[in-house]
Design a protein around this ligand. Structure first.
Ligand code: TPP
Ligand code: MG
Length: 884
């Protein structure tokens, strides 16, 4: 300790401490806190520069005297917990015995069993609770324990447990992790991609408040619980939105961090203390932090630590030491932990080595955990995090308890199975135990009656996922008449058309209130600011200030009942809001229609993992990639110009992706999507790319509605086309211009098609192909492409503002040779015209490609291609856009 902090007057220090002790004894914690805070503020005002410290001592937050009476029967609960532990272990061991390498995690649930069991018996509200169901984000790798609990509650069968990680088994498999897509009646939230759970839980809690504040849902005290790994907290997403939760006073949110101090390869923080670090982060972010480090066995020692030496020692050791103590046993703990100071050795002289080894930790002590839950769910004004100290692989002994290998432990030998049995006093013969049987109490047993009674009181079993949401009546498509009729001479962008659409939609009597516009700080870019005034921006506190633009008609209007979720520069948060709104039909029984509009470059490539989780969670909604297209967005350059999000979208099974040219296409596609989501209960997400190039929009041609949805419709008819041009999105304009050049300069009349979705066309064609493959004796079916495009083997030239692979998706299904033009390579800031020339997608390249294609077919002389190059000043020495 430097001289600076040396106690130069211990007597004076003692007097101050006595005063505080007096205050504590006579006036309690609140008063003491007030006095201390006043002193701190006073000294700061007088110039004292006090160090910033967000930590409390390395002790439990709740003192023994503050613990409520335990509300359950500890003996029965322990018996149940032991069996749940056993089955969870047996599931993984059996699965890997039968199918080596199938995986599964034993040690995560082993560490978390008490966290869950206390909550199942005393905390979690189920679906029939009068106040509604709590929402629980289970730690993904703890799934075996959650299945085991459901089995012990007689919700799953032995066969189900046998089929853990065998999704395809006939008898009903259990998914490796929480996957609502695979188990739609069971899991609610996809959590196993680490970091997504915590931020999605925060935004879920915030979305519940949004629903309540907008009058769509009642406040009934439902909570959101998120169970997280301490290693998982290293994900930036895990901690990135902590301040949102406190800023929004989300006291409906409880994080439980399972602090077993280990992740997969080793300690989370070998050289320091993860619990203290997390406490600092959460307290600094304004959360209520409850540390549950030490079990009841430690109470007496800590209470008797008058000198503070035990605390000093606890604070000295690092997590690496704490882990070693778990593995090495009592004698080692005595020597290395207590042995550092003779006074500490004296404190434990009456405890045996076994006593020392068995002193329980907070996260394994139901009394401590219940006290924490009780405080967490009653805390007001801020979210709570419970930091619970546990042991990874608890009960595995030599097989991996607390050891670095524990996360990968999938098999136990016979000796280890017997050890596990003895550790939890299970009633199996040696012979039986060695077979790792599944066990549950019969329905007349006191244990079964106890847990079912507890669950009944709390509103039924969990986890459970339901969909009780009533349909929403989607208005007829004519509501978008002005868009269907075209813009006449007016030039607008597809983004503007969409903004008009959402304005009309949000005024609709039947579904307007269910529209959730979500935007990360780009509303003005997209021309959406008129919506600020019309719908209001959601703000739980309303608007406490007079906005700078309040004099203007379209001012920045925040309101408690605001409809727009303006998320700021925060794509991960915005997509988490999308996921909450898009699953509202199931989590809240109310269908909502989210429209998440963002800079398309910061969509798939930034938050694809969340979009994937949306698919897993059976989301329904619209993603809108704004200012899309590598050459259509011109000035922004390399890191803004999206030319590939459609590849990602095409690979995401639940996404229907469209690259649209005209206002009527947007209307038809969105209307169709809403029907699927709101009337037909289909779990689909639509992805539309929207652009900022202004042009005239024609009226909806007759009879093409269905083709627009299918992905391709005819733009211009020609008698006998010798070449086909396929255009998509904003490049339709170049295709139409190229068609004119072909006709006027070369006397060639192409057939012209508008492709609204390459990926939908490919999917349908593949499905047809697959059907034909496995039904060789039946009359082959025809794909939309085959039906619409003539079977003539004329060449096809396809162009989009995306990489060539986007339009190449359909090439195997298009008769004749297929030439794709696209925007492969890094973007540039330039004029639109120059960019299209640079990427070789402009009208001249389209014409050249068509002429050369016809020359290859022998339909025109190859010299025509040379002529075209000269005529249109195409530079043959121009380097390829991919290489420069
Ligand atoms: C994004 C992501 N990266 C990596 C993994 C692989 N993984 C599975 S478990 C695990 C370690 C988990 O440690 P922790 O969060 O401390 O949980 P514990 O099992 O210790 O409770 C890792 C890295 C994953 N599931 N998700
Ligand atoms: Mg861990």
């Amino acid at each position: 300790m430097s001289n600076k902090y040396k106690d130069i007057d211990p007597q004076e220090t003692k007097e101050w401490l006595e005063s505080i002790e007096d205050a504590l004894e006579n006036h309690g914690y609140e008063r003491t806190r007030h006095l201390l805070e006043t002193l701190i503020r006073f000294s700061q005002k007088k110039g004292a520069r006090l160090p910033f410290n967000t930590n409390t001592p390395f002790l439990n937050t709740i003192l023994p005297g503050q613990q409520p009476e335990y509300p359950g029967d500890r003996t029965i609960e322990r018996a149940v917990k032991s069996i749940v532990r056993w089955n969870a272990m047996a599931m993984v061991v059996k699965a890997n015995k039968e199918t080596p390498g199938i995986g599964g995690h034993i040690s995560t649930y082993a560490s978390a069993a008490t966290l869950y069991e206390v909550a199942f018996n005393h905390v979690f509200k189920g679906p029939n609770h009068e106040n509604g169901q709590d929402l629980i984000f289970f730690q993904g790798h703890a799934s075996p324990g959650i299945y085991s609990r459901a089995y012990v509650e007689w919700r799953l069968t032995k066969e189900n447990l046998h089929n853990f990680r065998r999704d395809l088994s006939k008898g009903g498999g259990l998914s490796s992790y929480p996957h609502p897509y695979l188990m739609p009646d069971f899991w609610q939230f996809a959590t196993v991609s680490m970091g997504l759970g915590p931020i999605m839980a925060i935004y879920q809690a915030r979305f519940m408040r949004y629903m309540i504040n907008r009058g769509l849902m009642k406040e009934t005290g439902r909570k959101v619980f998120a169970y997280l790994g301490d290693g998982e907290m290293d994900e930036p997403e895990s901690v990135g939105a902590l301040t949102l939760a406190s800023r929004e006073s989300l006291d409906n949110l409880v994080f439980v961090v399972n602090c077993n101090l280990q992740r997969l390869d080793g300690p989370v923080r070998g050289n320091s203390k993860v619990i203290q670090e997390l406490e600092g982060s959460f307290r600094g972010a304004g959360w209520n932090v409850i540390k549950v480090i030490w079990g009841s066995d430690w109470d007496e020692l800590i209470e008797n630590d008058m000198s503070g030496l035990l605390l000093k020692r606890l604070e000295e050791v690092v997590d690496g030491d704490l882990l070693k103590y778990v593995v090495m046993g009592g004698a080692y703990i005595r020597e290395h932990f207590f042995g550092k100071y003779p006074e500490l050795l004296e404190m434990v002289k009456d405890l045996s080595d076994d006593d020392l080894a068995n002193m329980n930790l907070g996260g394994h002590d139901p009394v401590k955990m219940f006290a924490a839950y009780n405080e967490a769910i009653n805390h007001q004004g801020a979210p709570t995090v419970i930091l619970a100290r546990t042991i990874k692989g608890y009960g595995l002994g030599e097989a991996g308890e607390g050891r670095n290998i524990t996360h990968n432990q999938k098999k136990l030998n016979e000796e280890e199975l017997l050890y596990f049995r003895d550790r939890f006093n299970l009633d199996f013969t040696d012979e039986n135990a060695m077979k790792a049987p599944f066990y549950r109490f019969d329905k007349n047993s006191k244990e079964y009656k106890y847990i079912t009674e507890k669950r009944k009181t709390l509103g039924g079993s969990l986890p459970v996922r339901q969909d009780n949401s009533p349909s929403l009546q989607v208005p007829p498509v004519t509501i978008f008449k002005e868009l269907l009729d075209g813009t006449g001479e007016r030039e607008i962008s597809t983004t503007m058309a969409f903004v008009r659409l959402i304005t009309i939609l949000s005024k609709d009597k039947s579904i307007g209130r269910h529209v959730v516009p979500i935007i990360p700080d780009e509303a003005r870019t997209f021309g959406m600011d008129p919506l600020f005034r019309q719908l209001g921006i959601y703000a739980s506190k309303g608007q406490l200030y007079d906005p700078v633009d309040s004099e203007q008609f379209l001012y920045y209007k925040e309101a408690k009942s605001g409809q727009i979720l303006e998320e700021g520069i925060n794509e991960a948060g915005a997509i988490s809001s999308f996921n909450a709104a898009a699953t509202s039909y199931s989590n809240h029984g109310i269908k909502m229609i989210p429209f998440y509009i963002y800079y398309s470059m910061f969509g798939f490539q930034r938050v694809w993992d969340f979009i994937w989780a949306a698919g897993d969670m059976r989301a329904r909604g619209f993603l809108l990639g704004g200012t899309a297209g590598r050459t259509t967005l011109n000035g922004e350059g390399l890191q803004h110009q999206d030319g590939h999000s459609h590849l990602a979208a095409a690979a995401t099974p639940n996404i229907k992706a469209y690259d649209l040219s005209y206002a009527y296409e947007i209307s038809i596609v969105i209307h169709h999507g809403m029907k699927e989501m709101c009337e037909q209960d289909q779990d689909v997400v639509y992805y539309l790319t929207l652009e900022n190039e202004n042009y005239k929009h024609p009226p909806l041609p007759k009879g093409v509605d269905k083709d627009i949805i299918k992905g391709l419709y005819k733009m211009r008819s020609t008698e006998k086309p010798t070449v086909r041009l396929l255009g998509s999105g904003p490049l339709m304009g170049e295709v139409l211009a190229a068609a004119d050049l072909l006709k006027n300069d070369w006397g060639i009349e192409p057939g012209i098609w508008n492709v609204t979705s390459f990926s939908e066309l490919r999917r349908e064609a593949e499905e047809v192909e697959r059907w034909n493959l496995i039904h060789p004796d039946k009359k082959p079916k025809q794909s939309h492409l085959e039906k619409r495009l003539s079977t003539h083997k004329v060449p096809t030239v396809a162009v989009s503002d995306y990489v060539k692979m986007v339009s190449e998706q359909i090439s195997p299904y298009v008769p004749g040779k297929y030439y794709a033009l696209g925007t492969d390579g890094f973007g540039r800031s330039e004029t639109r015209e120059n960019l299209r020339q640079f990427f070789e997608v402009d009208r001249y390249y389209i014409v050249l490609t068509a002429i050369r294609a016809l020359a290859i077919e022998g339909k025109v002389e190859i010299s025509k291609a040379d002529e075209a190059i000269k005529k249109y000043n195409i530079d043959p020495e121009k380097p390829s856009p991919i290489t420069v």
